[in-house]
Design a protein around this ligand. Sequence first.
Ligand code: SF4
Length: 381
Amino acid sequence: MGEALPPANPAVIPIADLRARTHVPRVSATPRPATGVLTDALGRPLRDLRISVTDRCNFRCSYCMPKEVFDRDYAFLPQASLLSFEEITRVARVFAGHGVKKLRLTGGEPLLRRHLEVLVGMLADLRGADGEPLDLTLTTNGSLLKKKARALADAGLKRVTVSLDALDDAIFQAMNDVGFPVGDVLAGIEAALDAGLGPVKVNMVVKRGTNDGEIVPMARWFREHYGGAVVLRFIEYMDVGETNGWRMDHVLPSREVIERIANVWPLEPIGHSAPGETAERWRYLDGGGEVGVISSVTQAFCRDCNRARLSTEGQLYLCLFATHGHDLRHLLRDTDASDAQIGGALADIWAQRRDRYSELRAAGQAYAPGGRKVEMHYIGG
Ligand code: SF4
């Protein structure tokens, strides 16, 4: 804390205010060596850490970084405020000792961070509390994947998830709002498969009236071209952040997505792959692979939520819809805290976690004591 924030720009929504609202974790007086598992106030373990490596993106999707807000005057974070690869790796090592098994690199668009494969190599060397390598994965918009897939795989990345909201170029380009063509994302998916980063997950955010006509074409394309090598997942349009103008009537419930696909190719449910996994899986009865649905709005899954998010500048968020972060960078840079002391602070933070935003939304309960939600480009989706 204490670092000067970027100057206010009246043209943009003041995310800088949000950046300032952090808790500085007290360095634990009782250092905690690796515990192997931490549970929060609702009994949920910490298993999954999502690490944002940049707040920048080369797309301007309206549900995440709308152009009117994230324009050329927008003050992105200065390089010096980002966690270094060494700092990220240190935090990830502490988390792994306390039970994290999966790391997901996100952004912004993570492939915009220079030399990301170096970080991947450092994280690939970490081990979990059980001595096993961590599940190391990355979410990308695919625009730079063709160029980077091989280096990422060679460095130790296991899998990738690619965001793609339409096959139709006009719809896709309108959604990414920078005119980026579908063909280049598809080439990135091919490159990822060639590099051994499969099965590739493809995430499509479905916004009613915008791209819901693409559900069946997307299902057809990935079934016919890749079978089980690509798993297409449909995500309900969410009210992340404060800038995307979300309305409930933009949400197409997952149940309708499944109905539309099953009308063409019958499906059967096969459950979730693991506790805490967000996607509900469905298999084509004709053996054409599977699809998934992520029903964050209509069927909240907070009760199994085992995820924490580390922002680009080292703020720890306990929920995608959090209004406050916890300033781990302060511990890393401004104190001489040992790993065990950082682990103690982490244990204290996680022990108090009660977040269950989506369940409260579904129950019609008023949101958010405390103000503005964090923006998705800042902590990843
Ligand atoms: S709303 Fe928050 S607590 Fe619920 S599943 Fe999403 S991130 Fe987890």
